[in-house]
Write a protein that binds this ligand. Sequence first.
Ligand code: SAM
Length: 382
Amino acid sequence: MEKKANIFVICAPEISSILHKEIKTLGFSNTKEHRLGVQLFGSLSDCMYLNLQLRTANKVLWEVSKLYAANPDQLYNKAINIAWEEEINIDGYFNIDSFVKNDTITDSRFANLKLKDAIVDRFMKAHKKRPDTGPEKDKTRIYMHWVETECILYYDTSGGVIAKHGYRKIPGSAPMLESLAAAVIMVSKWDCKSPFINPMCGSGTLAIEAALLASNTAPGLFRDNFGFMHLASYQETQWNEMCERAQKQIKPCEAKIYASDISEEAIKNAKFNAEEARMNKYIEFTVSDFRQLDIAKEPGIIILNPEYGERLGYEDELVGIYKEIGDLFKQKCQGYTGYVFTGNRILGKNIGLRTKRKIPFYNGSIECRLLEYELYRGTRKE
Ligand SMILES: C[S@@+](CC[C@H](N)C(=O)[O-])C[C@H]1O[C@@H](n2cnc3c(N)ncnc32)[C@H](O)[C@@H]1O
């Protein structure tokens, strides 16, 4: 019987409902949505499957133990009684990361040290030998979430953050995180069949994520290291079979995906990234100013992520760009659903069209909106 425990899948703020839908679509039930993630119950192979398939998650945590500790000594005394040897190899290496909010701790590194001592001392008592530990983050990873007296210890089965899907070798300037791009597409009205137009594509994240989604390509196929690979109960053959099944489920992308940018350099990078993701055959890249674009007659969605004055460009200079996005929508995109992803509400207003939805997101710490416009042919009534 496979061991089962609580699983907590972490995501960025505002994404948990999209993540929840993704998890349910993968066939998981008895799930619970939280502000920063989704909780469920399952085995290490469930964690492996989630790491392989999820597009909008940051990390998949697998609970080791939940304990109550008022201070570091209590943490040590309880953590030393946990059977760490079940998953940490005696010849292995582990690293601890944490979020700590407890009055007795001023520096979370001290809590990490106490936990490390407990694990190491347990091994030494039983075997006179212990695994190595230190700052390297590409082996076994433990995550501690300690708030007030409640302390939950997890194996971080992702290792590195899976919000990065591993294909984007050249990020370019102000790129969108891959998980955010996937979430934006999933919340849009795109049906994975009609045209997907992405002017201002930068490093190509939105176009590549659209192709990955429409071709049913699992994002985890691009990574070769996950935290679960360093746990004792990990079975390589099981992972290889899971990946083979995911490979077989890839289908051709039916949609036409068009990505363009005014910068030659950006298009060169985007093409390179699309090749890394093996999605280049589905995306037509063009160097073009968005104002000069010819838009496909058959309607679909058009999505732009213009600069919004936080990191690139300046607000005043961008007012004209936002107005011209509105003109492009009005003049050339009838029948489409238009989207603008921006972190600047005032600039967004310059688009000058009525929004159908304003969907909140965070890009890092910046509060953003995905603005949706229904671009009717003729008048709205018709
Ligand atoms: C915020 S970045 C887009 C980032 C992109 N979502 C990504 O993930 O890499 C905005 C992009 O708009 C492009 N851009 C600026 N003005 C443009 C114009 N007039 N026509 C087309 N692209 C333009 C810039 O070259 C830049 O790559």
